[in-house]
Design a protein around this ligand. Sequence first.
Ligand code: GLN
Length: 244
Amino acid sequence: MCRHLGYLGPARPVSELLTAGENSLYRQSWAPRDMRGGGTVNADGYGVAWWGREDRLVRHRSATPIWSDPAVEGVLSAATSGAVVAAVRSATVGMPISEAACAPFVDEWWAFSHNGRVPGWPESLVPLASQLDVIDLMTMETPTDSAVLWAAVRARLRVMDPEVAVASVVREVAGAVPGARLNLLLGDGRVLVASAWDHALAVRSTPDAVYVSSEPFDDEPGWEQVPDRHLVVARIGEVTVTEI
Ligand code: GLN
């Protein structure tokens, strides 16, 4: 299963968030510690989104493994940000390997990632997709389970708070599709909302920063595992974990 990471804190080079730590996302791409649910490496591409000047969301993705993309040492080391969402991908069998299928998916100031898979896709997601309007469906970037989950969250963000949008999609899909793994991560540059549903998730909060990550990426003290079937809402200095 893919791995993802969200960061809020002092501005840092974007590449540093990808590569820092003994178990960085960079390293998790070939040596993840926890790959329950299938896959051994996360080599089907990666993506990173960050909020830059005037909170403008910028994204870089590649269908190549993160370790072979020169942008990590190039443009991503020149960009700095205090808010980042990043993911490395292990494509679920049957789903395309392409840049468009790599998280984060973005819209306006939102960035979204999904670790996991929905068994029985695409049929199992028809009830969720049938709630979407034609524009939501036509603007889906790629035929994957993650893209349908993102389209549903994105549609709900128009009328719901982010934590309600994420939790309601998780609840509905989990209720309808036994065995769905639904670790979602959503950010807007100021808040991170993340679900732990049948996959690992950890949080680390310091006085000036917060990290939400599939796996702790370093051995710093303060990493806490998020209990399964829980939702994290993280801002700098304020993290809440509630049952979904
Ligand atoms: N099912 C999603 C995809 O194929 C996510 C994969 C994962 O978490 N390994 O993109």
